[in-house]
Design a protein around this ligand. Structure first.
Ligand code: IMP
Ligand code: MG
Length: 180
């Protein structure tokens, strides 16, 4: 696994610092709100687990699973809900927790679906942002941990072909691993 990584982009320590900062900001902003964290599976699972422990205000959590990538590194554009939420969004201050904002198609679709369910508010928190790749220009994250260049990154929940999610850091995947 290690030999497929070109370089470590965000170390465990850096990620801890990034997540701590986001948690602090969210805790301030969601005082006296009805916070519901919605984790987008599977990529955000580690981020979600760490972020929720940095949040000091009451919150609920739920999970949604969408698929936009079959296998490979480019988005197909089609997004499918594989697992929907259990919690009714009415009256909730929904905060989507996503691993990475790339083209923006996944979140743009999710946003339009979830807004029809009348949440009290709707915001997006992404660990990583790849702004160079955006095709939905008006989709911006309300909270963004850090930017990454136009490279394929893995680890800390992010996968390539379902692998590398268990790396504790974010690393750039060697191109030879996925060039097809
Ligand atoms: P979007 O719809 O193009 O914004 O794609 C978002 C999804 O694509 C993310 O939730 C990730 O699952 C996946 N993705 C995009 N870029 C990367 C990457 O560099 N590494 C791993 N997964 C990625
Ligand atoms: Mg993914």
């Amino acid at each position: 696994m290690l030999r497929d990584i070109e370089k470590v982009y965000y170390s465990e320590e850096t990620l801890r610092e990034i997540v701590r900062k986001l948690g602090k900001q969210i805790s301030e902003d969601y005082k006296d709100k009805n916070l519901l964290l919605v984790s987008v599976l599977k990529g955000s699972v580690i981020f979600m687990a760490d972020l929720m422990r940095e949040i000091t205000v009451p919150c609920e959590i739920d999970f949604m699973c969408v698929s936009s990538y079959q296998s490979g590194t480019t988005s197909s554009g089609a997004v499918k809900i594989v697992k929907d939420l259990d919690i009714n969004l009415e009256g909730k201050d929904v905060l989507i927790v996503e691993d990475i904002l790339d083209s923006g198609r996944t979140l743009s679709y999710l946003k339009s679906v979830l807004l029809t369910r009348n949440p009290k508010s709707f915001r997006i928190c992404t660990l990583l942002d790849k702004p160079e790749r955006r095709v939905v220009p008006d989709l911006v994250a309300d909270y963004s941990g850090a930017e990454v260049p136009d490279e394929f990154v893995v680890g800390y929940g992010l996968d390539y072909d379902e692998k590398y999610r268990n790396l504790p850091y974010i690393g750039i995947l060697k191109r030879e691993v996925y060039s097809d």
